[in-house]
Design a protein around this ligand. Structure first.
Ligand code: ATP
Length: 234
């Protein structure tokens, strides 16, 4: 197993946002976390990436306990992150944003740059444009491209489809599939449960800080309770 979240409890002050969440991600998989607003999906990702501390439980990466490891060291270890809200550097060009993604590495990044531009031709067209002047969808592509520059073993994606037009949502999801096909494991948080379940191998349903279901994604797509709650009534 590549990544294991084991019974984590996470608090914001007195509020217990995660009440014992366990998630497993195997090498090569796309795993998705779905659930309503406030269920704890983003908090789970932030705890994995090191942006939030945990009160108890453990996060294991390649068998090693990384629960207390600073976030930047987790990136070096192989956890790539494209955070919610994108977080690109608005005043820097697309090209320089991509280079920033490789800050944990040394040497020649031309192969990674070429791959990012191949996956996202739109970024190649705009390589000299300030990132802040790009559309939401383009910034999302840039955030994913930048995360790939660190050559992650697992790519953590928080709501990549948020705020995007349907056509772009399709594009982003097919690029995620391609990234996975090329060998990167993916942990995806999505409000768009339908699309996420179509893409993923396995999925976890979160409700108010707990995992209430976990199953192969196609099983959940056909689950009447999941359809009623998250897939527009089936
Ligand atoms: P969303 O899709 O809306 O981001 P989510 O499933 O990702 O939802 P989280 O953002 O992880 O949910 O939130 C889980 C719980 O923690 C919610 O009850 C939320 O209000 C609370 N929470 C999240 N961030 C904070 C914060 N910075 N301070 C206080 N409470 C927070």
């Amino acid at each position: 197993m590549l990544l294991e979240v084991n019974d984590i409890h996470v608090h914001y002050g007195k509020i217990e946002a995660l009440k014992g969440v366990s998630v497993e991600v195997n090498d090569g998989e796309i795993v998705t976390l779905i659930g309503a607003n406030g269920a704890g999906k983003t908090t789970t990702l932030k705890t994995i990436s090191g942006l939030r501390g945990l009160s108890s439980g453990r996060v294991l990466f390649e068998g090693r306990d990384i629960s207390r490891m600073p976030g930047h060291l987790r990136v070096i270890a192989g956890l790539g992150q494209a955070p919610e809200g994108r977080g690109v550097f608005p005043g820097m060009t697309v090209h320089d944003n991509l280079l920033m993604g490789a800050y944990t590495r040394s040497g020649d990044f031309s192969a990674e740059l070429a791959e990012a531009y191949e996956l996202f031709p739109r970024l190649a067209e705009r390589r000299n444009q300030p990132a802040g002047t790009m559309s939401g969808g383009e910034q999302q592509m840039l955030a994913i491209g930048r995360a790939l520059m660190a050559k992650p073993k697992v790519l953590l994606l928080d709501e990549p489809s948020m705020g995007l037009a349907p056509l772009l949502v399709q594009q982003i999801f097919s690029i995620i599939e391609e990234i996975n096909r090329r060998g990167t494991t993916v942990l995806l948080v999505e409000q768009n449960a339908q699309q996420a379940l179509k893409l993923a191998h396995r999925a976890y349903v979160l409700e108010t800080g707990r995992v209430v279901k976990s199953a192969p994604a196609d099983e959940l797509l056909n689950d009447p309770d999941v359809q009623a709650a998250y897939l527009g009534g089936g």
